[in-house]
Ligand binder design. Structure first.
Ligand code: ATP
Ligand code: MG
Ligand code: MG
Length: 351
């Protein structure tokens, strides 16, 4: 059978490997770390760095298609990999989503609504950005931010210099603060021949910048649901995208505002493992190997809860809960803020 190369060895890579295995594929992960979640289930592990050109070449030659579980793959590594093997989702999806400024500009140019934003590189551009965007606002690093890291909030103009200092010189984007009623996300998939399939939108609750729970069905009207799915399809088509993407949205009285996109399977799509016949991981594998997409229809109501850090102390209680489907990542060390697993609580479908 064919072998799928996966860049990154975290929990997303692990769950992608499991889905690939279920469809009869082998997986080979490229991950500098040793005892990582995906290494326990993948067939092969290139434990090498992204600066090792020979290892990247050997990896690319040993697999039939390459995908990834994180978006911060160095461009230099992509150059080498692409010479030997197709990569899905494509370079353009990575280029757009690696940088918040590029991403927000792309979304706005597509005709979608984003928070007002302005680029910030230094004190002068910060002053101009605050004048343009107003306060309250959030300053975010353009690259490498996740789980709310690399962000500083401004209540008023007076917070500007402290927020800028928090960026430690990294290029940033100032975003106007969106007064949303709640947050939702669409997990969307597109196949090689352009078929698009979206999972039902999930409603997301964050705590301290980290996703806490995702609930389906989300509180959305029929037309909001339709808007969410259509805008996700628009993004995937514009990128000629192949694979699964997470699209995060703010729900406001003025309509849906796109927060960010992630060119990969997404934490807020973990509910699909117990809420759909075909989950996001299988859908992604199907897409990248060129198979038709499966039926992503939701068959249950689900609340997905992330197990973060000390939450693992509740494991005996979780195991005693009859309808709690546990998904643990096999991480060797528990740390505050670290995602250790998640639990899907399933109930019969209400709507
Ligand atoms: P992720 O782990 O989802 O990649 P991230 O670090 O990229 O997170 P964002 O998704 O941009 O960060 O922001 C994290 C959370 O902060 C959002 O889900 C939302 O709750 C809040 N937030 C971000 N931007 C705004 C905004 N412009 N207005 C209001 N709230 C915001
Ligand atoms: Mg993000
Ligand atoms: Mg986010």
């Amino acid at each position: 059978g064919a072998t799928i190369g996966i860049l990154g060895g975290g929990q997303l890579g692990r769950m992608l490997s499991v889905a690939a295995s279920r469809l009869g594929y082998k997986t080979c992960i490229f991950e500098p770390g040793g005892d990582c979640p995906a290494s326990h289930v993948a067939n092969y592990h290139f434990q090498k760095g992204y600066d090792d050109a020979d290892a990247l070449r050997e990896f690319a030659k040993s697999v039939d298609v390459i995908t990834y579980e994180f978006e911060n793959i160095p461009t230099s590594a992509l150059d080498i990999l692409e010479e030997h093997c197709p990569i899905h989702p494509n370079r353009e999806a990575l280029r757009v989503s690696q940088d918040r400024l590029t991403e927000k500009t792309f979304l706005r140019d597509l005709g979608l609504t984003t928070a007002p934003f302005a680029t910030v590189d230094d004190a002068d551009s910060m002053t101009a950005a605050v004048a343009e965007v107003g306060t309250p606002a959030i300053l975010k690093t353009r690259r490498f931010g996740y789980d709310g890291k690399g962000q500083a909030r401004l209540k008023t103009e007076a917070d500007a210099s402290a927020a800028l200092a928090d960026m430690a010189g990294a290029p940033a984007v100032l975003e106007g603060f969106v007064e949303f009623s709640h947050e939702v996300s669409v997990i969307a998939a597109r196949s090689i021949d352009g078929q698009v399939s979206c999972f039902d939108p999930g409603e997301n609750v964050h705590e301290g910048g980290i996703l806490r729970t995702t609930t389906v069905p989300a509180r959305l009207s029929g037309s909001q649901r339709m808007d969410a799915v259509l805008l996700a399809g628009k993004i995937l088509n514009a990128l000629d995208y192949v694979g699964v993407m997470g699209v995060e949205l703010f729900v406001t009285s003025q309509g849906l505002i796109v927060n960010e996109i992630a060119p990969r399977v997404h934490n807020s799509g973990h509910w699909t493992q117990n809420g759909c016949t075909i989950d996001q991981f299988e859908q992604h594998i199907r897409a990248v190997v060129g198979l038709p997409l499966g039926d992503g229809q939701r068959v249950n109501d689900v609340i997905m809860e992330n197990l973060i850090g000390d939450d693992m102390e509740r494991l005996p209680d979780l195991l005693a809960e009859p309808a709690a489907a546990l998904h643990l990542y096999g991480k060797s060390e528990t740390k505050a803020g670290r995602k250790m697993g998640h639990v899907n609580r399933v109930t019969p479908k209400t709507s």
